[in-house]
Design a protein around this ligand. Structure first.
Ligand SMILES: [Zn+2]
Length: 226
């Protein structure tokens, strides 16, 4: 009996050791494959100011605020991996000027100007989704079908979502949005999940899940570039 127990403990210890070694080697591969110092990525936190985006039912369940928090976390990951990051906004205000008659149009125009001035290699626009049917959920990347890089990057991020996130959409999707179409710089829109779905809303509001989504986006970008 004692011998059997000893053998069991030995086998479990070996399994833990193998697991640890594999985790360390995966991390090592990722760290060594990041020569991205000259690579600029614009992170666009969607909405802001008078445009709150979509809203959920829980406290602080507001797209304007969540997009910014996710954008900041993504920035910290990308910076850690050597990318140069430009943010379109760093607070909850919109980008429009106070005097603009069409503030939404002015806001989007300002985002385009920042993207073009940055001479970026990629644009990642962060959003939260919402739908009338409450059961609908899942993170999804959107791309411009006219832009091969946009499509491939969205597919790479979506594949990573499928590995990392519960109920992520099976495929990325074509999107006809200003931020995808306003410049030739390849862009993707990341809809991190649905605030209209109660389970996903709770996840999206937790900092653990925010880290998970942002790390997944980072891995999708790294995989695409490698
Ligand atoms: Zn949005």
């Amino acid at each position: 009996m004692f011998l059997v127990l000893k053998r069991k403990i030995l086998i479990i210890s070996l399994c833990i050791l193998i697991l640890l070694v594999s985790v360390i080697s995966v991390t090592a591969v990722k760290v060594s494959s990041t020569p991205k110092a000259n690579y600029t990525i614009v992170i666009d936190a969607g909405h802001g100011g008078i445009d709150p985006g979509c809203e959920g039912n829980l406290e602080n369940s507001n797209e304007r605020i969540l997009n910014l928090e996710y954008a900041k976390t993504l920035k910290s990951y990308l910076t850690l991996y050597g990318f140069h990051v430009v943010m379109t906004r760093i607070n909850t205000d919109g980008l429009y000027s106070a005097l603009a008659t069409n503030k939404k149009k002015d806001d989007m125009q300002k985002r385009k100007e920042i993207i073009e001035k940055s001479n970026a290699d990629l644009v990642i626009s962060i959003h939260m989704n919402s739908y009338s049917l409450k059961s609908v959920r899942g993170a999804q990347a959107f791309y411009n079908p006219e832009n091969e890089i946009s499509k491939n990057l969205a597919n790479s991020i979506q594949e990573q979502f499928l590995k990392d996130l519960p109920k992520a959409k099976k495929t990325s999707s074509v999107g006809d949005y200003y931020i995808l179409n306003c410049t030739n710089i390849p862009a993707v829109i990341i809809e991190c999940g649905f605030l209209s779905n109660y389970e996903e809303e709770k996840l999206l509001l937790s900092s653990e899940y925010k880290d998970k989504v942002c790390y997944s986006i980072l891995c999708g970008v790294l995989k695409y570039l490698n």
